[in-house]
Design a protein around this ligand. Structure first.
Ligand code: PLP
Length: 432
């Protein structure tokens, strides 16, 4: 494909309309398919919106009119919130907020530059040291989000001649990260170790081999069988990459994550990736692994190199959140007591929670319209819980995805269960 430099404003027009495509460090031009009648911006937007409406995929986000808490406010109504990822209740915790405010006073509002140029403050490095100690790894690097962490790490580590094998239910950010990776990509059936073995056997590779999995799967709330998975990976000389977005702060001693839950924290062939936006209640992503991993990512991970680092408020809040979970075990104790209670009661009422093992508790309604209608009915009864259908989850397994948090009281959960019972009976999903 020919490359050429972009014309300066005011220079002669190109012979034909062209579309600009940004690709790596180059600017490349492609001939427009609509030479006589270029598409208009408004036309493109309305066509795409029309497609979303026609497919029933158009999303209107609910707006919270009060802070992110177990009880919040939507459409002027007080609701019990079962829709957040705020597992430990840190998003609005006074200790976490206080540290954010303190860091703003001391360090300012912004980092001021990309981390590799002038935007690394000593508090960024302190947070990374704290995270590496927490994860028991030689190093940790913090990136802007869990999403960009998957893009940066997979894009950096995987090269042409490598093989990457990914669980079919891995998160969208892994899928997009793999699009950036030049390795051969294969998929194995969800948590199916026989199938993983088959894929590894059928694809011999002399480069780096990597098996990629979520630690906790975000739609079903099930846990990857990491003990078996790492053993299978090792049979083929593969390293294991665990995206622990929903395991960190939830599983393992003091919430150290799924890798710790399986006692694999000292393995140097297991990478721990995750987000700082869920149990930690703030925003950001991290990659934790061998000491040299941080050095390589600083030099190669494109989101780290080309996007400004976190403002001091984020760094302060995160350092407080990690401290809090380590100093006070009651957050995790309440999270798990609430999780056990809620799941057991839903089961007793006759709902199918799809074998979930973590605070992510799906309630299966079958068809998407039924799940969406149930979500609307629950909201009428003061319960905020979001319905999910195809393509987010498989057809016929549309559901309401609930996340129980440490902040919910027993009374909150009883009220939610009573609403579920009413809606479930009205809609014929449970008996009686
Ligand atoms: C498994 C997994 N990885 C990554 C992400 C993205 O994390 P973040 O919100 O920090 O970008 C999510 C969030 O939904 C997730 O569930």
């Amino acid at each position: 494909m020919a490359t050429e430099s972009r014309p300066l404003p005011g220079t002669a027009a190109l012979a034909a309309p062209r579309l600009w495509v940004y690709h790596d460090a180059m600017t490349t031009t492609l001939p427009s398919p609509l030479l006589n009648r270029p598409a208009t911006l408004k036309g493109r937007i309305s066509t795409e919106l029309g497609k979303l409406h026609a497919a029933g995929l158009y999303i209107t986000p609910r707006v919270l009119e009060a802070p992110q808490r177990a009880r919040t406010r939507i459409l002027g109504q007080d609701v019990i919130n079962l829709a957040s990822n705020n597992y430990l209740g840190f998003a609005d915790h006074p200790f976490v907020k206080e540290r954010a405010i303190q860091y703003v006073r001391q360090w300012g509002a912004g980092a001021g530059a990309v981390r590799t140029i002038a935007g690394t403050l000593s508090i960024h490095e302190d947070l990374e040291t704290q995270l590496a100690a927490f994860k028991h790894t030689g190093s940790a690097l913090v990136l802007q989000s869990g999403f960009t962490t998957n893009q940066g790490v997979l894009g950096t580590l995987l090269q042409e001649g490598d093989l990457v094998v990914s669980d079919e239910l891995n998160h969208a950010s892994i899928i997009d990260g793999l699009r950036l990776a030049k390795a051969t990509k294969k998929v194995f059936r969800h948590k199916d170790m026989q199938d993983l073995r088959r894929v590894l056997r059928e694809n011999p590779c002399g480069g780096l081999i990597m098996v990629v999995t979520d630690g906790v799967f975000s739609m079903d709330g099930d846990i990857a069988p990491l003990d078996e998975l790492v053993a299978v990976a090792r049979e083929y000389g593969a390293v294991t990459y665990v995206d622990d977005a929903h395991g960190s702060g939830v599983l393992g001693e003091q919430g150290r994550g799924t890798v710790h839950h399986f006692g694999l924290q000292d393995a140097d062939d297991v990478l721990q990736i995750g987000t700082l936006s869920k149990a930690w209640g703030v925003v950001g992503g991290y990659a934790a692994g061998p000491a040299e991993l941080r050095d390589l990512l600083i030099n190669r991970a494109r989101p780290f190199l080309f996007s400004t680092g976190h403002p001091p408020a984020v760094v302060g809040a995160l350092s407080a959140a990690i401290e809090l979970v380590q100093s006070d075990p009651s957050f995790m104790e309440r999270l798990w007591a609430n999780t056990r209670f809620f799941k057991a009661e839903l089961g007793r009422l006759g709902f199918d929670t799809f074998g979930s093992q973590t605070p992510i508790t799906p309630v299966i309604f079958g068809e998407a319209e039924t799940a969406f209608e149930a979500s609307r009915r629950l909201l009428d009864l003061g319960i905020f819980a979001v319905g999910l259908g195809f393509p987010t989850v498989p057809r016929g397994l549309a559901r309401i995805r609930n996340i129980v948090t440490a902040e919910h009281t027993r009374e909150d959960l009883e009220q939610a269960l009573s609403a579920y019972e009413t809606v479930g009976r009205e809609m014929g999903v449970i008996g009686g």
